[in-house]
Design a protein around this ligand. Sequence first.
Ligand code: ADE
Length: 304
Amino acid sequence: MRIDVVSIFPEYLAALDLSLIGKARQDGLLQLQVHDLRDFTTDRHRTVDDTPYGGGAGMVMKPEPWAQALESLVASPESDTPAVASRVVDQVSAGERVETQLETPQPAAARPILIVPSPAGEVFNQALAYELALEDHLVFACGRYEGIDERVLEWAAEHFRVRPVSLGDYVLNGGEVAVLAMVEAVGRLVPGVVGNPESLVEESHSDGLLEYPVYTKPSDWRGRGIPEVLLSGNHAKIARHRRDEQVRRTAERRPDLIAALDPEMLDKADRATLSTLGYTITPTQVQPATPMSGVAAEATRHTP
Ligand code: ADE
């Protein structure tokens, strides 16, 4: 998979040299490049922002450097997209970058995905990570300040499949931290990146539920033991226990995930656990009995 990240703080992305993602880059499983947006400016001060039309606090990222940066990625030779040869990349004359335009937009389905991290985007989740992991080429455009001039996104839609994506309902100072999270979540799903693919199956969100609690040695630690069944060697019983824990934990911490489950995916024991916790299961829905189940119930559970 090819990944390009454009940012005015390329150093922020240095963490992508480390750990599993760093190794995947070394092994050639991920061709990840970070680009400095300021390299696509034309003025002496390498300006990337200006004041907002209509007034207001903060600055807005200028469209020109973004268009130059993004065009260079659609048209660059690493791209294995077929229409590339007929495209015109920006030319440099007398030391100055001359703005040129891309020709012949590709058919929509063949365009790379342009992810624009933004608190105003769709919320990133594991389903989106799986979807993105199937792509050949992802481009991340890290906005700063009040964001990128909206016309860049409109224009970019002719060359990319544009997806504004939010990490969650809170505001970061820029897109870089969101990109670190998204590249890690997507990159680890690319075949070969995680050594033992089994570990991708039994983890939180892989089946719409949170992961079960895990324990390691010693079996008795500071007076606390572990669930007996885990020492039984009975794999069927262990699997049942873990599934029950998944359902219980998800019901308590994330009732929204339980409500999104397809009831057909629930077996008899799941249904029993959920009804003990106050959920009602209809043929089409899993509903909390009262607003007190879930997060509120968890909050009161530890109150003496
Ligand atoms: N940029 C600023 N806040 C963000 C968020 N919540 N998600 C993604 N990008 C952001």
